[in-house]
Design a protein around this ligand. Structure first.
Ligand code: HEM
Length: 398
């Protein structure tokens, strides 16, 4: 007898209104439908902390190998995100030491200098667009530094990543799927060319930076091919820039809208590191990660068939009352915070130490110089879905 429970339609809409404040919808999903089906794409959404953790930790059932579905201007799967273990593990062995907390501490002074240079010219203005003036350029400058690329490439890098992530802004007709794909493909080709040039440069004149390391690194006694290095570098652009921008924007939008919390940080900067973790839990800028189901499986009593696409909803898992005491309370001193805003399992974020360092430096230097700020007007902020980010974050201070 089939004892599986029918899967209900999801109440989660990928629209700006829900994206501004998704936590209430997450709460409804956790209470009413921990497994649900999206009305248009028909993909499944898994909402509960324990279920999401199970899926993230079982890549043999929930696979990341789905490059056809996810071609973002790429010619091949991105490494290591679109590769399953055990192959993926081989790449992580090379990459993990390059992104360790210790390595990131070495570049922290340079990132701090960049942050200060971006904030100081804003001080007398009394207002800025936090997104354009700070949250976009800081992660890009950090990336240039990490890769040993010239600081003068900042605008080019922003242009390349936006071609992939925001092709609509360059299209004559933002609804024309073919035009959007063309723009993405052309931006993708430019990214490959950009890194091919860098590889040639480093081969001719070796240097001790991340690209230099990738060229020397060996997996099971073999060097990485040029294509493998390109597929890693491509992912860095997609995974390492807008995620930090979105997290900075979500955090500062939260603080600007909650003056009491802002004051806590200004009065006690030692709280910043824990506040970052708590805002990542509450805001969860990368709301979910996709997987392709490889074997029939039962989740929370629901039968899920091989071949289904699922979205593992990190945002809802992070407000699950089974894991978090009073999840709706944003508590910068929360004692136990095992949030999964960086994912979990074998694909857990490679750049989490880099991201945490950038966020800490950014919030420390910002609050030292601009201790009190507010949203510049009453117009509601517009948040994108998927990666929760704002196009503009107008702030003012006196
Ligand atoms: C606050 C900022 C960030 C957030 C919220 C974030 C979030 C995530 C999440 C949720 C995943 C898991 C994806 C999955 O399971 O499919 C991931 C993977 C990854 N992230 Fe991040 N990320 C951030 C910053 C960065 C940075 C700065 C880098 C630097 C290069 C980076 C590189 C990567 C890579 C390479 C992966 C794939 C790892 C693998 O598949 O083995 N991320 N990130």
């Amino acid at each position: 007898m089939d004892d599986s429970i029918e899967i209900p339609e999801s109440p989660l809409f990928m629209d700006p209104e829900t994206s501004r404040c998704p936590q209430a919808t997450y709460g409804e999903m956790l209470a009413r439908c921990p497994v649900s089906r999206m009305p248009i794409t028909k993909g499944l959404i898994i909402a509960g902390y324990e279920d999401v953790m199970y899926c993230l930790r079982h890549p043999e059932i929930f696979s990341s190998e789905m490059s056809e579905q996810m071609a973002l201007g790429t010619q091949r799967p991105m490494i290591p995100q679109q590769i399953d273990p055990p192959n993926q593990t081989r790449y992580r062995k090379i990459l993990d030491p390059q992104f360790s907390r210790k390595k990131m501490a070495l570049i922290e002074p340079a990132i701090r200098k960049s942050a200060i240079q971006m904030i100081e010219p804003l001080l007398d203005q009394g207002a800025c667009d936090f997104n354009q003036d700070f949250a976009v350029p800081l992660p890009c400058e950090s990336f240039l530094h990490l890769m040993g690329l010239p600081a003068g490439d900042l605008d080019l890098l922003i242009h390349l990543k936006d071609g992939i992530i925001r092709p609509q802004s360059r299209a004559q007709n933002a609804m024309d799927g073919e035009e959007i794909n063309r723009i993405r493909k052309s931006a993708g080709d430019d990214i490959y060319l950009y890194f091919e040039d860098l590889i040639k440069e480093r081969e001719a004149a070796p240097r001790d930076d991340l690209m230099g390391h990738l060229l020397r690194a060996e997996v099971d006694g073999e060097r990485l091919s040029h294509n493998e290095i390109l597929d890693i570098a491509f992912l860095f652009i997609l995974a390492g820039l807008d995620t930090v921008t979105a997290t900075l924007n979500c955090s500062v939008a939260y603080l600007a809208s909650n003056p009491g919390q802002q004051e806590k940080l200004t009065q006690n900067p030692a709280l910043i590191e824990k506040a970052i973790e708590e805002m990542m839990r509450w805001e969860t800028p990368v709301t979910g990660v996709p997987r392709l189901v490889k074997q029939d499986v039962k989740i929370s009593g629901h039968e899920i068939k091989a071949g289904e696409m699922v979205l593992l909803l990190l945002g809802s898992a992070n407000v699950d009352p089974h894991e978090f005491d009073q999840p709706e309370l944003v508590d910068f001193e929360r004692a136990r915070n095992r949030h999964i805003a960086f994912g979990s399992g074998p694909h857990r974020c490679l750049g989490s130490h880099l991201a945490r360092m950038e966020l800490k430096v950014a919030l420390e230097e910002w609050h030292k110089r601009i201790p009190s700020y507010r949203l510049a007007n009453d117009t509601p902020l517009i948040f994108s879905a998927g990666i929760r980010d704002v196009e503009a974050l107008p702030l003012a201070w006196s």
